[in-house]
Design a protein around this ligand. Structure first.
Ligand code: PEP
Ligand code: MN
Length: 337
């Protein structure tokens, strides 16, 4: 971190800043120029409040030269993280396909969809039991019962389950879930992130709809700082001025995240677009751009779905897509070899 001081800084204030930094274990290299004095701070600056320092009377500007995330940073962990889930894995050159309904609606529904997506090549079953809905009058999910139905579907198919945790109070119910999903709306629910950081189940963090890459990585950092290294990122579209699609899928997030972090990245083209016909081209684009996997909503009767029907694929449309995605992934890997 570099602190640029104003001209002729008050010596007393400067001494107190230097003492305060040294007490935090920071080593200071100062360079005195004609116009400005610059302090180079060396050590663990991740815990320093940049805004607090910038607000001091004697400070002109503060610049970070190192990212505030350490555990998630590729610089300190060059090899890709591979997250083990049941007898499958996320990352490490595999293509994970998470598929299933937006919401678990009944045992028959989720079991039938699980069987269909498994036959098409899906490697995990997704399904919401606790649903974050914009309207309190919309279907809120089956809650604990939904989790039970997901477990039945896992039993029937062997597919590990990924499902959203919305609130701290629900955590004890998630003991038998394979991957805990933190939804876009909860990406900065820091208490929730801390709680899932203190247990060892894999956690998939969906990008908040207005979150920067750094904010998203800081959410991953919250989980990792608690000791849980099994973190997966999921880009699901961000809010832009465009209204034709539900969100705007940021495919650049894939190469950018690959550069900044060692964590695997999943793309969710369903929530990104809100339209089932856009899922195919964007899923293909995601694989071509280097995603570690996809999360795709599949419903046996989208017209009657209790949530997100317009963006859900029918199993018969998911089937050729899943095959295309696996083929494209294989092809890309041979090109890269
Ligand atoms: C979901 O996956 O069902 C969901 C609500 O996603 P998001 O948090 O990305 O909106
Ligand atoms: Mn949904």
């Amino acid at each position: 971190m570099i602190v640029i001081l104003k001209q002729n800084p008050n010596q007393e204030q400067l001494n107190s800043l230097i003492t305060w930094l040294q007490e935090k274990g920071i080593i200071i290299h100062s360079s005195i120029g004609e116009a400005h004095t610059i302090l180079g701070l060396v050590g663990d600056t991740s815990k320093l409040d940049i805004d607090l320092i910038a607000a001091l009377d004697i400070v002109e500007d503060v610049k970070r030269v190192q990212e505030p995330y350490k555990n998630a940073n590729r610089k300190f962990h060059p090899e890709d993280t591979v997250v083990k889930v049941g007898n499958t894995q996320i990352g490490g050159g595999t293509l994970t396909i998470m598929a299933g309904p937006c919401s678990v609606e009944s045992e028959e529904q989720v079991v039938a969809i699980a069987k269909a997506v498994k036959a098409s090549g899906a490697t995990m079953l997704r399904g919401g039991a606790f649903k974050p809905r914009t309207s309190p009058y919309s279907f809120q999910g089956l809650g604990a019962l939904g989790l039970e139905y997901l477990k039945v579907a896992r039993q029937e198919t062997g597919l590990p389950i990924v499902t959203e945790l919305m609130d701290l109070s629900q955590l004890p119910l998630f003991k038998d879930v394979d991957v805990i999903q933190i939804g876009a709306r909860n990406m900065q629910n820091f208490d929730l992130l801390k709680a899932v950081g203190h247990q060892d189940k894999p956690v998939m963090i969906k990008r908040g709809m207005s979150a920067t890459y750094e904010e998203w990585l800081m959410s991953a950092e919250y989980v990792m700082a608690g000791g849980n290294e099994n973190v997966i990122l999921c880009e699901r579209g961000i809010r832009t001025f465009e209204t034709q699609t539900r969100n705007t899928l940021d495919l650049a997030a894939i190469p950018v995240m690959k550069k900044l972090t060692h964590l695997p990245i999943i793309i969710d083209p369903s929530h990104a677009t809100g339209k089932s016909w856009l899922v195919d081209p964007l899923a293909m684009g995601a694989v071509a751009t280097g995603a570690d996997g996809l999360q795709i909503e599949v419903h046996n009767d989208p017209a009657r779905a209790l949530c997100d029907g317009p963006q859900s694929l029918k199993p018969e449309d998911f089937d050729p897509l899943a095959k295309k995605l696996l083929n494209l992934h294989k092809m890309i890997r041979t090109l890269e070899d």
